[in-house]
Ligand binder design. Sequence first.
Ligand SMILES: *[C@@H]1O[C@H](CO)[C@@H](O)[C@H](O)[C@H]1NC(C)=O
Ligand SMILES: *[C@@H]1O[C@H](CO)[C@@H](O)[C@H](O)[C@H]1NC(C)=O
Ligand SMILES: *[C@@H]1O[C@H](CO)[C@@H](O)[C@H](O)[C@H]1NC(C)=O
Ligand SMILES: *[C@@H]1O[C@H](CO)[C@@H](O)[C@H](O)[C@H]1NC(C)=O
Ligand SMILES: *[C@@H]1O[C@H](CO)[C@@H](O)[C@H](O)[C@H]1NC(C)=O
Ligand SMILES: *[C@@H]1O[C@H](CO)[C@@H](O)[C@H](O)[C@H]1NC(C)=O
Ligand SMILES: *[C@@H]1O[C@H](CO)[C@@H](O)[C@H](O)[C@H]1NC(C)=O
Ligand SMILES: *[C@@H]1O[C@H](CO)[C@@H](O)[C@H](O)[C@H]1NC(C)=O
Ligand SMILES: *[C@@H]1O[C@H](CO)[C@@H](O)[C@H](O)[C@H]1NC(C)=O
Ligand SMILES: *[C@@H]1O[C@H](CO)[C@@H](O)[C@H](O)[C@H]1NC(C)=O
Ligand SMILES: [Zn+2]
Length: 407
Amino acid sequence: MIPSLLLLGLLGPVLPALAQSRTSEAQEAQISDPVQECTPYSYSPVAAAVASSAFPPIWTPVTALQPNDSAGKAKFASINSSIPNISPKGTMAGDFSNFTPTYPATDPDCWWTFHQCVDPKLSGLQPDIASVSEPKTLGYGFDDGPNCSHNAFYDYLTEQDQKATMFYIGSNVMDWPLEAQRAVSDGHQICVHTWSHRYMTSFSNEGAFGELWYTLQAIKLVTGLTPTCWRPPFGDVDDRIRYIASQLGLETILWKFDSNDWKVGTNNVTVADVQQDYQNLINNATSGAFDTVGAIILTHELNNFTMQTAVEMYPKLKAAFDHIVPIAVAQNITTPYVEKNVTFQTFSQYIANQSASPPNSSDGGSGGSSGSGGSSQSQGGSAAAGLRVPTTLALALGLAGFGMLAL
Ligand SMILES: *[C@@H]1O[C@H](CO)[C@@H](O)[C@H](O)[C@H]1NC(C)=O
Ligand SMILES: *[C@@H]1O[C@H](CO)[C@@H](O)[C@H](O)[C@H]1NC(C)=O
Ligand SMILES: *[C@@H]1O[C@H](CO)[C@@H](O)[C@H](O)[C@H]1NC(C)=O
Ligand SMILES: *[C@@H]1O[C@H](CO)[C@@H](O)[C@H](O)[C@H]1NC(C)=O
Ligand SMILES: *[C@@H]1O[C@H](CO)[C@@H](O)[C@H](O)[C@H]1NC(C)=O
Ligand SMILES: *[C@@H]1O[C@H](CO)[C@@H](O)[C@H](O)[C@H]1NC(C)=O
Ligand SMILES: *[C@@H]1O[C@H](CO)[C@@H](O)[C@H](O)[C@H]1NC(C)=O
Ligand SMILES: *[C@@H]1O[C@H](CO)[C@@H](O)[C@H](O)[C@H]1NC(C)=O
Ligand SMILES: *[C@@H]1O[C@H](CO)[C@@H](O)[C@H](O)[C@H]1NC(C)=O
Ligand SMILES: *[C@@H]1O[C@H](CO)[C@@H](O)[C@H](O)[C@H]1NC(C)=O
Ligand SMILES: [Zn+2]
C-alpha cells in the first residue's frame, strides 16, 4: 500500500504553485472549480510554523519528535514510563505477515486488525466507540480530509443542514488549512486521523505519539481548537496505541459499517460493490438491525467518487435511519474540544432542531437553525450546491482518479 499512500501524499506539493489569492476560509469556500480549489496556496501561520521546524515533514511518518519541540518532549517524557510494554507490529504499510504467526490467538493486546477487538484488555482504558447508543441512528463521519476539492460536498451537507464528524489527516490540514477551517465554520466536528496515515501499531512509542501530537498541533494552529477524538487509519489500534492516544486526551472511534468506498479501483472493488455495500446497510436498517443500538458509518472525503457517492446515498440513508448525527452529538458531548468556546447540541436538541427546520423548506432561513458550530458563519448558503450531476457521468469522470488507497 505504500505507493498509493505516497501518491496521496504527493498531490499537494507536486502541483504547480500558481498564485491563487486565498487568505480566508470564506474566500476559499467560494471557489467551485475543483482544479482551482486544489491549487496550492501559502497560509502564513503554517508557513511560519514550518520555517521554525515546529512540524515534521508533511506526509512523512513520524519517527521522533522535532529537536526543539520542548512541549512535545515534555509531554512524551511524562507518559513514557507508563506506556504498556507491547512491541510494535508489522510494517507501516500494514504488512503483518511476519507478526501474526507468533501472535497469540487470545489477542492479548486487543488488536483491532486481528479480530476487531474494541474492548481493551489493559485496565484503565475506555472501550472504543464503534457504534452509537441511540436506536435507529447513524453516526455520520468522513475520513482522510480535508480534501482540497470538498466545497461541493460541504455545500451539500450545509444545504441539508447536516453536520458530520471529520477525521482529518495532519498533513492534509497543513496543505489545506482554509479547508480545515471550513469544517469548524460549518459546524462539523473535527477528530484526529494521524499525521501520515500509516498503520499505527507499527510505530515506536515516540513515533505513534508524534503522529497524534503533530496532528493535534496542526489542527490547533489552523482552527484554534484541540480535538478530543481520533480514528486509527485502517482501524489499526492496540492497547499500546490506545494508551498513548488516551494520554493525549483522545477517545478512539471506530465504526460499525464499512462502505469500502476508498477501495474502489483496487482489489477488484467496483462502484457497484460500494453501492451494494451501502444498500446492505440500508436494508439492515430498514429491517430493524439498529432498532436497539445505532451504527457508525465509515466513509471518506478522499476523492470525487467517495464524496459524490456520499451525496447520492444521503437521501437513502436519511430514509432508512431515524437520525443521522455527528459522533459527538450521539454521545451528548456538547464541548467536543479542549477549548470550551465551541459548543455542540445534545442529541435531543440536534434532532429537535433538524425536525424544526426541514432541509428543503426554506434555504434562506436555514442559518438560524445551525447552532451547533459555535460560529455563526454559514458560508455556502442557499444556491451553492445540490444534486447537480447524473450519477453515472460523475462516476465515470471520477474513476479516472483512482488507484490510491486510504481508510
Ligand atoms: C527550532 O530550531 C530551528 C533551527 O534548527 C530554528 O530556526 C527555529 O527558530 C527553532 N524553533 C523554535 C520554536 O524554537
Ligand atoms: C522512555 O523510556 C525508555 C525506557 O522505558 C527509555 O529508554 C527512553 O530513553 C525514554 N525516553 C524518553 C524520551 O524519556
Ligand atoms: C475558540 O477559542 C480558541 C482559543 O482561545 C480560538 O483560537 C478560536 O478561534 C475560538 N474559536 C471559535 C470558533 O470561537
Ligand atoms: C482481480 O480479478 C482478476 C480476474 O478475475 C484476478 O485475476 C485477480 O487476481 C484479481 N485481483 C485481486 C487483487 O483480487
Ligand atoms: C447486515 O446484515 C447481514 C445479515 O444479517 C450481515 O451479514 C451484515 O454484516 C450486516 N451489515 C451491516 C452493515 O450491518
Ligand atoms: C481531493 O479530491 C480530488 C478529486 O476530487 C482528488 O483529485 C484529490 O487528490 C483529493 N485531494 C486530497 C488532498 O485528498
Ligand atoms: C464530482 O465531479 C463532478 C464533475 O466534475 C462535479 O460536478 C461534482 O460536483 C463532484 N462532486 C463532488 C461531491 O464534489
Ligand atoms: C443523550 O441524552 C439523552 C437525553 O437525555 C439520553 O436519552 C441519552 O441516553 C443520552 N445518550 C448518551 C450516549 O449519553
Ligand atoms: C436548537 O439549538 C439551540 C442551540 O444549541 C438550542 O439552544 C435549542 O434548544 C435547540 N432547539 C430545540 C428545539 O431543541
Ligand atoms: C430537496 O430538493 C431537491 C431538489 O430541489 C430534491 O431533489 C430532493 O429530493 C429534496 N430532498 C428532500 C429531502 O425533500
Ligand atoms: Zn483514513
